[in-house]
Design a protein around this ligand. Structure first.
Ligand SMILES: Cc1cc2nc3c(=O)[nH]c(=O)nc-3n(C[C@H](O)[C@H](O)[C@H](O)COP(=O)(O)OP(=O)(O)OC[C@H]3O[C@@H](n4cnc5c(N)ncnc54)[C@H](O)[C@@H]3O)c2cc1C
Length: 469
């Protein structure tokens, strides 16, 4: 689908207003380069930057169909989370040692992104103030016990338990029964980060053509990306198109499912937020499958989101992902429930966007089996703000042919498993979604969920729940 007259997520709109806008320079000719990256979000831009850092002489071109950051990277919740809570899935798929390495690397990535932003003067409200995971009803209590036990055993547990009283001063809500806090996390204004990455990439010599859409990919020993008015011939092509992948390449249609995350941001209310303890940049998540996530911004707004409302049939891009959220009532309800003090504070904006959920809840990277010059990476499953730096390291190493811990990472094995074909998948997703909704509503009301709904919810849990978006 075309996003020629786009609806802009609030963050993205704010970021563009701060810039002296560079006019997009659509590609108008046939060019050559070493690495052509399709997609100007975090994944594509980190890959470009890391390739230039490793080898400044490589000619790197990024093509982006709209403006850099117009996808999930400019619209997400801005929660900087890690892979720690996915440790058990990581062990299951990649073994203990790679799992531990990935957890540590993802925690370190939070600090690396902060340091990179500081070094390059990317002013993006990035605060490494931690993350708090909380249980907001009895059914969520103990939800992290097994994974935290395993992290402890491996001596990589960065999480401390807090009493509900301590935790409520961080979370700004009394509506919690149990909580754990890690310092290795934080939050960011996501669109300012991605626009900053684009600026830095350009300053390093990366050529960026915005308003340039890949129409077709000619595979072969030297693949060629065909755009509307030009083409790019490259030794390596990196597909970093996230949720658009299934629309572009049917072979990936069953490897991800597109599910919305809806979020809202309040008008500034710094005094109220300070009064309830939300005068910091820590991210907070509850223990639902379709998780609530939130954080305060440094100009005194509350951002709150919730995943799991809209599923795209066939994983194709749908228009509603680029329109204001139709679930404002739900976001409003969550704000009122967690923060009665904010009942009279209006929401400034409410939007949504598509997350690319993989069957494992983990991202995957690789080369097209029949065309090793074409690389890809996606499937962050709502946890991509921090993880996309790891994605950039993997794609850098694959593109440069390096033999290192990133090119050998478990994540490079491509997708693990497929979703069922349509119409079974969409129908199943609706059944599971509605079962989860009923289960979580029952648990909020202190009732036991029905057996059927508990069973349905297990399907989503098996795929690993999203941490945020
Ligand atoms: C609403 C929402 C909330 C989220 N909240 C969080 C959160 O709080 N924390 C977290 O960690 N993660 C969150 N995520 C996930 C996170 O935003 C993503 O995982 C991350 O941004 C992925 O980055 P990316 O570069 O791979 O994809 P994108 O940012 O989507 O970039 C892909 C780019 O490819 C471009 N493109 C597509 N097709 C073409 C083509 N044919 N030619 C040229 N360009 C093309 C698109 O325009 C887009 O700019 C959220 C996601 C959503 C949607």
């Amino acid at each position: 689908m075309s996003v020629a007259e786009p609806y802009r997520a609030w963050w993205f709109d704010q970021a563009l207003r701060r810039e002296t806008p560079d006019r997009p320079e659509p590609l108008q000719e046939a060019i050559d380069c070493d690495v052509c990256i399709v997609g100007g979000g975090y994944t594509g831009l980190w890959t470009a930057i890391l390739i230039k850092e490793a080898d400044p002489g490589r000619r790197v071109v990024v093509i982006e169909q709209e403006l850099c950051g117009s996808g999930a990277s400019g619209a997400n919740g801005g929660c900087m989370l890690t892979l720690a809570t996915k440790y058990l899935s990581l062990i299951k798929f990649y073994g203990q040692s790679e799992a531990a390495r990935l957890v540590r690397a993802s925690e370190q990535a939070v600090f690396e992104i902060r340091d990179f932003a500081r070094k390059h003067a990317i002013d993006c409200d990035l605060r490494v103030d931690g993350a708090l995971y909380m249980a907001t009803n009895q059914a969520q209590v103990g939800g992290l016990d097994v994974v935290l036990g395993a992290l402890d055993e491996a001596a990589i547990n960065s999480w401390d338990e807090m009493t509900p009283a301590q935790a409520s001063t961080v979370a700004g809500t009394q509506d919690l029964l149990e909580a754990h806090f890690s310092k290795a996390a934080g939050s960011v204004q996501p669109a300012l980060l991605v626009r900053g990455l684009a600026r830095v990439a350009r300053s390093m010599g990366v050529v960026i053509h915005e308003d340039t859409s890949m129409r077709r990919l000619e595979k072969g020993p030297e693949p060629r990306v065909i755009t509307e008015h030009g083409s790019v011939k490259a030794t390596k092509v990196v597909l970093a198109v996230n949720a658009w992948i299934a629309t572009l390449m049917p072979r990936f249609r069953r490897t991800i499912t597109l599910v919305s995350s809806d979020m809202g941001i309040t008008r500034p209310c710094p005094e109220l937020l300070e009064r309830i303890g939300l005068d910091h940049g820590a991210s907070v998540c509850d223990g639902r499958i379709f998780v609530h996530y939130y954080h305060a911004t440094s100009d005194g707004r509350l951002l709150l989101g919730k995943g799991g409302n809209t599923f795209a049939y066939g994983s194709r891009m749908i228009r509603s992902f680029f329109e204001p959220s139709t679930y404002e009532w739900q976001v409003r309800g969550a704000v009122d429930r967690f923060f009665p003090e904010l009942r009279d504070t209006p929401l400034e904006a409410c939007w949504n966007g598509p997350s690319d959920r993989s069957t494992t809840g983990l991202p995957f990277f690789g080369r097209l089996p029949d065309h090793p010059g074409v690389l890809y990476g996606f499937g962050y499953s709502g946890n991509g703000v921090t993880q996309s730096l790891l994605g950039g390291k993997i794609l850098r190493s694959l593109a440069l042919g390096l033999d290192d811990e990133w090119s050998r990472s478990g994540f490079t094995g491509g997708p693990r498993g497929k979703f069922p074909p349509e119409p079974i998948r969409w129908t199943g997703a609706m059944l599971v979604r509605n079962g989860i909704r009923r289960k979580e509503a029952a648990e909020d009301a202190g009732r036991t969920a029905s057996r059927l709904d508990t069973c349905l919810a297990r399907f989503a849990q098996a795929a690993g729940k999203a941490d945020s978006g």
